[in-house]
Every structure is written in C-alpha cells, then in structure tokens.
Design a protein around this ligand. Structure first.
Ligand code: GLA
Length: 394
C-alpha cells in the first residue's frame, strides 16, 4: 500500500505533468488528556497518530493557489485556483478553505507566497475528532513556507510555535471554527514514541516518553463515526461560557483558578457556569497528575485519570454523546485501564488504554454492543505515538 506522500506525489505528476518540488506531511493526533483546556490557557498532553495528510507542492509565479485532493478511489477532486492576494475569509468554503486559509494567514503575516500547485492525499479519518483539519493546515503551511524560502528544515525556519499560531489563525479566522492551539501544536511538534506535555499559558513543553508496549499496553482509538463539526454552536458556547466565567472571577483565563480555590470560585458565579469551571479546573489538574504518573510508569493510575476526565466531560462539560459513552463503558467493562472521549466531542473518537492481550476481546465486545444497540459499527485504530510534521524524503 502506498503512503499518503507517495499518493500525493503520484497524483501531482499526473495532474501537473511533472514532479512536485517537495512533499510535506503532518499527522492527526489523539489527546491523551487535557480536553477543553487549551483555550483556557491550560495544559494539554497529545501525541501524534501514524495517520497523516501529505501535500505535494510546486511554486508558481502567477499568485494563484491551485488545490486538488485525492479521493478515496484515487481520482482527483479539483477544488479550483484562487488568487492568494484576493482571498477573503470564508471563501472557498469546504476542505479547500483550510489550505486557502493558511495562504491567507501567511500573507497577513507579511509573507508573499508567489502561488503554488498543491495536491493533497491523506489517511487521517475526517470528522473523527482526530485533527484531520490541523493535519491539512500544517502540511500546507510547510509546503507554502518552502515557496517563500522559509523551509521548516532550513536555517531560517520560523519556530514551530509560531507556525502553530498561524495555522490556528487560519482555522479561527478563515474557516471560522473557534478552536484552540491543541491540534496544530500536536501535529507540528509531537515526536515518535513520545507524548507532548504543553502548557499553553507559559509556552513550555516537554516530550515525555510514551512507551505503552513496554508495559504490555496500547492505546486503542474507537472512532464512533458520529461526525462532529467545530464551527457548530456547542464548542463555541462552551468557550464563551468559560470566557464569561473568567471575566466574572476577575482572571484572564480559567487556568488561573487552582483546585484549592475551586469552591470559592464556584460560589461567585451563576449556577449554569459552575460545571464548566469545575471541568476546566479539575481537568487541568488531571493533566499535571497524568504527567507525574506517567513519569513513574504508574499506568493503572494514568488509566483512572483518563476515566475521570471522561466523566467530567460527560457530566460537567457535557460534550460527550451516547456513542462515546458506550465506547468508554464497554472498554472499561472489558478490562481497559481507562478510557475517555478525545478531542472536542459531540461525536468523534474515544481512546482506551488496553492490555495488548485483552485487545481482541475488547474489540469484539465493542462491535457486538454497537450492533446490538443499532449503532453504526465503530472503526478501530491503533494509536502508536508517531512523528510530527515534516518534509518527506523520497
Ligand atoms: C478541538 C479543538 C482543540 C481543543 C479540543 C478540546 O479538538 O480543535 O483546540 O479545544 O477540541 O480539547
């Protein structure tokens, strides 16, 4: 089977009558823990998936950005050609909005992309809460930075933190999804065999060895196939609720409320905002606890933290859905050390920390339970911590 990079290069040659100047790719991610903390200036703990989106690119000199993607049957989907200097947020919409948004941001940041032909191919499941959009944005950013002579593997490379902010701006301001920095940071900065502990407020990060197999464990991803979209209201409502609570509490972000201050804080805000604050404050605390437990190889406790995170997202933040709860409950019942929804929620995927030996049984139980309840059969993936974005070398 060909890789996304090989597919993108082959389709590029067929579409544009010659090889691309380069191929860049970026992974999807799962977030181990630290959900809905990023836009509250808290901590997150993602790792990159082996699933990637690749962009084959070649510069052009007429200021046009042409984007084509490879459909699952291998045929090209031509989204069109757009004059970069005339791009305005929201147009094009659909998947081409992500690469166009990145070109738009780079211009806003003072770069002058000369134009480019881009061909996209990938295997990150879309709408599954695994950051397929961030993978596309990040791979595009790397391709376009090359056209302005700031290749990310060169000496004049912009810092990846900066590229994460640019690609996040593309999603917020061009596509119109009010998301935080988690996904792009993960896609750009994660390393193979590690999870990335990232403190959004301070910008500090730490690559933490994440070797489940040495402990006889693995992270199973359960894509419930319930599709979510972050431009829809639920995500934005939660975010605005957090911002309002921070304002009422006189802090710049909920990150500043510690667990010791939680009861006092809850007493000072109206009832509907309390569960939101409770989730964010306790979740942030769980991210630190997970870091500590992981460094001690205390996997059982890591599992318990994941499950506590799910309960908080389900009961307090209310971003789960019946299928995610079912995936978590079945995995736990069948012997997972912990399980939780991952990503923004309202559908998408759950993760479960499972003993390798139990995996076949857990998988069978998941298929059976979903079928018994008349739900679409989930897709199961192995989440092996993989490399972040970069140039593909043939
Ligand atoms: C989505 C967003 C992220 C983050 C998560 C929830 O994945 O894109 O910025 O807020 O939801 O943790």
């Amino acid at each position: 089977m060909s890789s996304p990079g090989e597919n993108a290069a082959a389709l590029f040659a067929a579409e544009h009558g010659g090889p691309p100047e380069g191929v860049w790719s970026a992974p999807g991610r799962v977030n181990l823990i630290g959900e809905h903390t990023d836009y509250n200036a808290g901590c997150v703990f993602p790792f990159a998936l082996p699933h990637r989106t690749a962009v084959a690119g070649r510069r052009r000199s007429d200021g046009l950005l042409s984007v084509t993607s490879r459909g699952s049957d291998g045929t090209p989907h031509r989204a069109g050609s757009f004059p970069i200097s005339e791009l305005v947020p929201g147009e094009p919409s659909g998947w081409a909005g992500y690469p166009a948004g990145v070109a738009w941001v780079l211009r806003q940041e003072g770069f002058e992309p000369p134009g480019a032909d881009l061909v996209v191919s990938g295997d990150v499941p879309s709408g599954a809460g695994l950051s397929s959009s961030a993978a596309l944005e990040c791979a595009t950013a790397l391709a376009l930075l090359d056209t302005v002579d700031r290749p990310v593997d060169g000496t004049s490379a912009p810092p990846l933190e900066e590229v994460a902010r640019w690609t996040c701006r593309a999603e917020n301001e061009f596509v119109g999804a009010p998301t935080g920095l988690l996904d792009q940071t993960a896609s750009l900065r994660c390393e193979a065999a590690h999870a990335l502990f990232y403190d959004v407020r301070s910008g500090r990060s730490r690559q933490v060895p994440f070797d489940t197999s040495a402990a006889g464990l693995e992270v199973l991803v359960v894509d419930t196939r319930v599709r979510h979209s972050h431009s829809e209201s639920g995500y934005g409502d939660r975010r605005r609720g957090c911002e309002r609570a921070a304002e009422l509490l006189g802090v710049s972000a909920l990150r500043e409320v510690g667990t010791d201050d939680l009861d006092d804080a809850l007493g000072r805000i109206p009832e509907p905002l309390r569960p939101l604050v409770r989730h964010v404050v306790t979740e942030n605390d769980r991210v630190w606890a997970t870091l500590d437990r992981l460094l001690h190889g205390a996997w059982v406790e890591v599992g318990a933290l994941l499950t506590a995170s799910h309960r908080s997202l389900r009961d307090d933040y209310r971003v789960s859905c019946p299928e995610l709860d079912l995936a978590v409950d079945v995995a736990l019942r069948e012997g997972a050390l912990g399980a939780r929804m991952t990503g923004g929620g309202f559908g998408g995927s759950a993760i479960a920390l499972v003993p390798v030996a139990e995996r076949p049984r857990i998988e069978r139980a998941l298929f059976e339970e979903f079928e018994r309840r008349g739900r679409t059969v989930p897709r199961l993936l192995s989440a092996v911590p993989s490399a972040g974005a970069g140039r593909e070398h043939p």
